[in-house]
Ligand binder design. Structure first.
Ligand code: DI6
Ligand code: FE
Length: 408
């Protein structure tokens, strides 16, 4: 394996418990060994034995280096768009009214079912590219707009192929329990039977890394989600949950009882829910894009999350209905402005804690033994990443030790 040395940079290692904010190292050096970081520290302290073996030396030109960004919650494989619904909402209709009237998720299900694999691949690749342009090196993609075996399979296959031959890793999540498809109207429990069948088949085909559900009065009850989680547990798959987005249904406690990787949204989370998540290390995935786009007013309970030590991640929730965006940097800004997270908490939310939310301890910080996924930014201070709305200061991404082309 070739060892490569990176110098002339500042590094925001995001290491847990570091003495400096952001784990900042001012005059840093990174040594990569193939796909892995072999050493990270102060430039003057690179062990001589390692330095000697470095065959390539990169001058980072004074860049700030952070871990590769991780978008741990997206629905980016879908057909169509919901711009018309956006207009209806601006004329007074609510998200829930539209959902109940057969619009909302159901309309995206129609468009997704009608789309071919190639069509889905084309539109989804564009969205993924936009995330990558901002330094995303790991992305989670959920199914949940197919809601029937052939279409859930199609979406997960598209997600899998998006992860091939690109400088990004895709983790797939089966979200069969996202909404009730029209052919099952009034028969939610029967649909859950189908979800269990789909899960078994799609998992056997190697298409599923984790299982999610939408626990809400417009979607599925905790009792119904429990059946899905029991099947996931039997299959040895981790679970996560869209919980307490529009109301408090006790989803977070239920998910925590399954050792869920994350509970996501959480605007209506109770203190008991936060305690339950803290007990098992479930990450709170906060989605400021959905909060913003739906013009929610109820903020997730940050004080309880902080008080009980629940790690907070930030993600785009990229989807056509509640967060039609592909900028994780903008989410950093919104996490600070709308959710009052500090820029350091926000950056940890798209690195270290996002890795935990995906059950991937091999990334999210810059440290020896971690995957060599990192980004060079044309900024002085890490806070600029959250501060400068709509700018993209990425210079270069390194994915599994390999330097990719400069920013587009
Ligand atoms: N919650 C959300 O915000 C998205 N899915 C979910 O369970 C919205 C999905 C959509 O409106 O298409
Ligand atoms: Fe979502």
């Amino acid at each position: 394996m070739t060892l490569q040395l990176w110098t002339n940079c500042r590094a925001a290692t995001m290491a847990s418990g570091a003495a400096q904010p952001y784990g900042l190292i001012d005059d840093a050096a990174l040594v990569t060994d193939g796909e892995t970081l072999a050493w990270v520290g102060v430039r003057g302290e690179v062990p001589e034995s390692l330095a000697r073996r470095c065959t390539v030396h990169h001058d980072a030109g004074g860049a700030l280096i952070t871990p590769g960004l991780i978008d741990c919650h997206t629905h980016l494989v879908y057909g169509g768009d919901r711009a018309a619904e956006f207009e209806l909402r601006l004329n007074g209709a609510t998200y829930e009214e539209l959902a109940r009237a057969g619009g909302g998720i159901a309309s995206t299900v129609r468009a997704t079912r009608a789309a071919s694999t190639d069509e889905l691949l084309t539109v989804s690749a564009r969205r993924l590219q936009r995330l990558m342009n901002e330094g995303v090196t790991t992305v989670e993609i959920k199914s949940g707009y197919g809601l029937a075996l052939a279409h859930e399979r199609k979406c997960l296959q598209v997600a899998r192929s998006l992860g091939q031959n690109r400088a990004v890793e895709v983790r797939t999540t089966f979200l069969g329990a996202h909404a009730l498809p029209p052919e099952f109207a009034g028969r939610a429990d029967d649909y859950v039977d189908t979800v269990l069948d789909m899960l078994a088949l799609l998992h056997a085909e190697g298409l599923v890394d984790a299982v999610d559900g939408f626990c809400e009065h417009i979607a599925f009850s905790t009792t119904q989600i429990r059946r899905v989680f029991d099947a996931a547990r039997q299959a040895g798959l981790p679970v996560k949950l869209h919980a307490e987005q529009l109301s408090d249904s006790g989803g977070a406690q239920m998910a925590a009882s399954y050792g869920a990787l994350s509970c996501d949204h959480l605007e209506w989370l109770s203190e008991e829910g936060a305690r339950a998540m803290a007990r098992v290390g479930t990450v709170a995935v906060l989605l400021p894009g959905a909060f913003y786009f739906l013009r929610e007013t109820k903020l997730p309970p940050f004080d309880w999350l902080r008080k009980h030590g629940v790690p907070m991640a930030i993600a785009t929730d990229c989807n056509p209905g509640s967060s039609p965006g592909t900028s994780l940097l903008l989410m950093l800004n919104m996490a600070c402005t709308l959710f009052r997270l500090t820029p350091e908490e926000a950056l940890a939310g798209v690195t270290r804690h996002a890795a935990t939310a995906l059950g991937l301890p091999d990334r999210g910080t810059l440290a020896a033994g971690q995957r060599a996924d990192f980004v060079l930014w044309d900024v002085q201070r890490p806070a600029e990443l959250a501060y400068a709305m709509g700018s993209n200061p990425r210079i270069q991404t390194v994915f599994k030790g390999k330097a990719e082309g400069a920013s587009t």
